[in-house]
Design a binder for this molecule. Structure first.
Ligand SMILES: CCCCCCCCCC(=O)SCCNC(=O)CCNC(=O)[C@H](O)C(C)(C)COP(=O)(O)OP(=O)(O)OC[C@H]1O[C@@H](n2cnc3c(N)ncnc32)[C@H](O)[C@@H]1OP(=O)(O)O
Length: 184
């Protein structure tokens, strides 16, 4: 991965620890919002990522490229592939058990991805320093051992739930996240 200094953990950064109350190894990770383009089951043309954590520390998911995801005819749009990277990395909020948002996302495209291809996605955390979490992801074509078609490195920033209430749809957040206190 060609990552920049912004997405490289600084010396002394901590490692991701399994959060108390976090998902057990083998658990499915739910959608954080039904209308999310990345994971929402209600989104008509979204990515419909379904994720699990094999070990409580990493996230794996699958995304099948559809007609609605094309850039060049018959091939996945690069922005859609970046969205898949963002989403599988973003699923790590379930491991942290705290809300984070993307601050920076860097993507390497290694091979074109035809419509109909299932990308096997994996995301892992490379370090945590204060509010900053450093994460990477890869998408392999066809199988978990297939060729790497896309890679990403990201800096995520921890926010409070009030971030979503203040800037977004406070009622939708409250409806889908009863376990959090939201103070718009
Ligand atoms: C309910 C759960 C929902 C989960 C959703 C997951 C969905 C998937 C992930 C997404 O797509 S999130 C949507 C896309 N991202 C955004 O909309 C974020 C927009 N940006 C912001 O809201 C703010 O810029 C942000 C919260 C990230 C930071 O603002 P703050 O005022 O809270 O913090 P600040 O600007 O002081 O930055 C904190 C630190 O992070 C650093 N930082 C922030 N953004 C950065 C950036 N882009 N590049 C490099 N460094 C960055 C910043 O330099 C600083 O470093 P230091 O502490 O060392 O000084």
């Amino acid at each position: 991965m060609t990552r920049s200094s912004v997405t490289t953990p600084p010396p002394g950064a901590g490692r991701l620890q399994a959060a108390p109350g976090g998902p057990a190894p083998g658990s499915p990770l739910g959608s954080h919002y039904g209308d999310c383009f990345g994971c929402g089951e209600r989104h008509p043309t979204g990515l419909h990522l379904r994720a699990t954590t094999p070990d409580g520390l990493t996230v794996v998911a699958e995304f099948t490229v559809g007609e609605a995801h094309q850039g060049a005819p018959g091939l996945a749009h690069g922005g859609v592939l970046a969205a898949a990277m963002d989403e599988v990395i973003g699923m790590s909020v379930w491991l942290f058990q705290r809300p984070y948002v993307t601050g920076r996302l860097e993507t390497d495209y290694l091979a074109p991805v035809p419509v109909g291809t299932t990308l096997h996605l994996r995301a892992w955390c490379t370090g945590v320093s204060g509010r900053k979490a450093y994460l990477e992801a890869e998408g392999r074509a066809g199988s978990p051992d297939g060729p790497v078609a896309v890679r990403a490195a990201a800096l995520f920033i921890e926010v409070g739930m009030e971030h979503f209430a203040r800037h977004g749809d406070a009622k939708a957040i409250a409806d889908e996240h009863h376990e959090y206190e939201v103070n718009p």
